[in-house]
Design a protein around this ligand. Sequence first.
Ligand code: SAH
Length: 453
Amino acid sequence: MLLTISTDHRPASDLGFLLHKHPDRFQSFDLSFGKAHVYYPEVGADRCTACLMLDVDAVGMVRGKNPDQNFLLAQALQGRCKDRPELVATPLPLEARLDVLCVRGGEAVLRGMFEPLGYAVEAVRHPLDERFPEWGESLYFSVMVRNTVTLSDLLTHLYVLIPVFDTRKHYFVGDDEMEKLLAKGEGWLARHPLKDEIARRFLRFQPSLYRMALSRLVVEEEPVEGEDETPAPERAEETLETPLSLNEQRLMSVVAALRACGAKRVLDLGCGEGKLLRELLKDRQFEQILGMDVSVRTLEVAARRLKLDRLPDHQAGRVKVVHGSLMYRDKRLAGFDAASVVEVVEHLDPPRLTAFERVLFEFAKPRTVVLTTPNSEFNVTWETLPAGQFRHADHRFEWTRQEFQNWATGIAARFGYAVRFLPVGPEHPEYGSPTQMAIFHRDGGEGVTPWKP
Ligand code: SAH
């Protein structure tokens, strides 16, 4: 795998000092796993690019015998720089490009992992091999991430996340790897919304290890008033899904899709207790946010959680929650750029779905709709879920991938939208991911960058 790191920081050659290599020379190292080459194809006062050829095993071998001595980036990772010690703590505008990265779970996972750490992510999925269409979508991506961080932070994030994306390899993992994860995760992993999934994947799905790792991560979370009033069925749903941290993955995927379409005014339909609203409020891109739900009690919890009555002035104008039903045409829903409908359709009675479809796609008709629902095929992988049962007592149905896609493509055709589908959560080779997401988009309107499927 080729890792290319660039910076526009001046003088750009500082990057060379941080990597302990003289930027004027080509270097090659003999490492236990083979050779690694570092060279600087672009060295100027304005921009410096370092290319590092890595065997993925070189990253995977963080779990090998003598990892840190061998790991090419170990010194930079530890944040040491003999010649220019002050550089180590300086956040630089850095870009890292990874060619080619195998990503289980696709772009949604990629974004879900990097974006909470402040990275802007660009990902291009490699075309699938036409000779083998039955292999399905390619797992391989060229990925570019950008952030203003210290080089040491960038490398630490990559060190943890590269093996997390690529779950094909099975290494032996033991206590050492757990300690490494905790050490490298210091300062960021405990607060990462996908920490559970990162730990599970990094520790190769060994429950004893990742549970222990997670139990040792201390999160400072502010206590939320009214948490105990969560209606019981919702709590049951959360408990079932907690080991996967699917809730968080879903939220991050939806936020990423809303961000990507350039929406400024967004609706969250069936907003529940306002978890998504809270995420949306954090991003200034979203200038106007309206949550709607049919349950007054749930809306009260949302209002308390979001502290709606105590928001500072500049925030107070941005968010509102209203009581309403998706079964009825509603003027308040018109004129928005995008709408999210997260884990809601499966709560609607099938005969009434057509009403919902018209309310949303014909009358409210935002340019983009991001909709998620469970993938029922995945249920067999949950040992705690008896066969044939739904994930939640109030679910009226749960769709297979095919059923969902049939429904969504039908809607898209009927109301003039294009639709594409993304998996959310770890993908099972046969059953797919636990949550399925559809992103509908229609052209037209003004002021928003069109999102191309
Ligand atoms: N989107 C939230 C909540 C999902 S639970 C989340 O992801 O956390 C489903 C929500 O849909 C519940 O809050 C329920 O009250 C709401 N709901 C069910 N039927 C509805 C309807 N007809 N109109 C609006 N909301 C509805």
